[in-house]
Design a protein around this ligand. Structure first.
Ligand code: SF4
Length: 330
């Protein structure tokens, strides 16, 4: 850790680059991430990220809503996930019917979310997914983002996702991908390239961050997101699910996540919104202007209906954004 004085002058240098719209380097990112959470510089960073979001995003807050379509042992086999095939700890296997999905999509539209995400495990049938998507799309207003969150795919599938009405895809290289997951990094990158080549918007996130991950790894994903020119960026901490292999490694604090989000705001420079997941009120003073509501299954919950478990409702997150004086879609 640098001394307080040295750190501050280095911060000034980094902030001057931000003001000049110059790209920050990995070293800059590491400097920001290494700030002591109990120092004055921590608040300087938070302030800068907040200033940038308020300046570039105005008071606009965004609510994204995700429906998890199924719960089943997944060959992605991620060691943090309640659905990994070797450590399936979800309360049950389940799959939503088309009618249930349409009902939840209608509700999400009525509640005026800005984006609807459909999420599945990696092995879910792409044909079924595309059929469902086409029906869901009919319910959505023209300007609503429609995002797929599924396993890896090639360019042909990317084109079909676009034809089905998706505007974008949530896809990432996870922390310790290929080590804590059964999915090779190259395959994840090939999917990122496929979706971009098909003209779909990439929604990126540094996740799932645990205490064992280095700032170097975290910075690399911020820079990867910037290389893909994202509009929408996020950071998510790993939620320890009892019974999963990484549970014992513990979790980072909300304060640490808030610092990482502030750093990501400055390093990645998303053009539309910045998120932390799961929703944290404190991150809303650190440049975050977007939160997720969730229904159905999610990898951080054992409850097949996360709306009754860890998931936040659309109204919950709208209220949180309003308390931070962000205005959501009326
Ligand atoms: S995080 Fe996704 S890919 Fe990994 S095991 Fe869970 S559902 Fe499968």
């Amino acid at each position: 850790m640098n001394t307080e004085g040295l750190q501050s002058s280095r911060l000034e240098e980094i902030f001057a680059k931000v003001d000049a719209n110059e790209d920050l380097t990995k070293e800059d990112a590491l400097e920001l991430l290494s700030i002591n959470n109990q120092s004055a510089d921590f608040y300087t960073l938070i302030q800068k990220a907040n200033e940038l979001s308020r300046k570039e995003f105005g008071q606009r807050g965004y609510v994204f809503a995700q429906i998890g379509l199924n719960s089943a042992p997944c060959t992605g086999n991620c060691k943090f996930c309640s659905l990994g095939k070797d450590n399936f700890v979800a309360e049950e296997k389940s799959e939503k019917s088309l009618e249930e999905i349409l009902q939840q999509a209608r509700w999400i539209v009525e509640e005026k979310a800005d984006a609807l995400f459909l999420m599945t495990t990696a092995d879910y049938s792409i044909e079924k997914f595309l059929q469902i998507a086409k029906e869901v799309k009919k319910l959505l207003p023209e300007d609503m983002m429609f995002i797929a969150n599924i396993g890896d795919f090639n360019e042909d599938t990317a084109v079909r996702l676009k034809e089905a009405g998706f505007t974008g895809v949530y896809h990432i290289v996870r922390m310790n991908e290929g080590i804590d997951t059964d999915l090779p990094v190259e395959k994840r990158i090939a999917t990122l390239d496929a979706l971009k080549n098909a003209g779909l918007e990439l929604i990126y996130c540094v996740e799932p961050i645990g205490p064992e991950h280095t700032y170097g790894q975290i910075a690399d994903e911020m820079l990867r997101a910037r290389a893909y020119d994202v509009n929408v960026m996020a950071c998510m901490k790993r939620v320890g699910v009892p019974g999963t292999p990484l549970y014992e490694k513990g979790e980072i604090t909300d304060l640490e996540l808030t610092k990482i989000a502030a750093a990501a705001r400055l390093v990645t420079r998303p053009k539309k919104s910045m998120n932390v997941h799961e929703p944290k009120a404190m991150a809303l003073i650190a440049g975050v202007n977007q939160l997720y509501a969730e229904v159905g299954m999610n990898p951080r919950d054992v409850n097949a209906e996360t709306g009754n478990g860890r998931g936040f409702s659309i109204q919950n997150v709208k209220d949180m954004l309003a308390q931070a004086e962000y205005v959501t879609r009326a």
